[in-house]
Design a protein around this ligand. Sequence first.
Ligand SMILES: Cc1cc2nc3c(=O)[nH]c(=O)nc-3n(C[C@H](O)[C@H](O)[C@H](O)COP(=O)(O)OP(=O)(O)OC[C@H]3O[C@@H](n4cnc5c(N)ncnc54)[C@H](O)[C@@H]3O)c2cc1C
Length: 97
Amino acid sequence: MIVGAGIAGVSAAEALRKASPQAEIVLLSKESHLPYYRLNLTRYLAGQVEADQLDLHPQDWYTEQNIDLLLDAEIRTLDLAKKMLTLRDDSNMLMTN
Ligand SMILES: Cc1cc2nc3c(=O)[nH]c(=O)nc-3n(C[C@H](O)[C@H](O)[C@H](O)COP(=O)(O)OP(=O)(O)OC[C@H]3O[C@@H](n4cnc5c(N)ncnc54)[C@H](O)[C@@H]3O)c2cc1C
């Protein structure tokens, strides 16, 4: 389970998939859109790149890589002893790895 789907989180998921084709990978992001290339935000605002050039990968890539991308999933608390995450909506998730 990887919390945060910025470049660090997505790169970690990518590296884990390469190292372990069978690993269960859950990538959580508090944001509602696909992980994007932050460095291009200023270029986007300046009209130099299009919105569809911001995504790190298209939605299909996460499916093909068997990476479970959960958007709108903000972590509120993390209980390492219980291996339990609590999300913004008060739902709980058990960390399996
Ligand atoms: C407009 C802009 C331009 C930039 N330009 C440059 C540049 O030219 N060169 C350069 O080196 N750097 C630049 N940076 C900085 C660069 O974007 C960051 O260094 C980089 O994004 C850090 O990546 P990260 O994955 O560690 O963190 P982040 O990109 O911050 O990603 C963290 C992710 O975790 C998610 N998250 C946070 N808290 C939670 C939570 N509680 N639950 C669930 N998800 C959560 C966030 O929503 C986010 O998606 C720029 C940044 C911005 C905003």
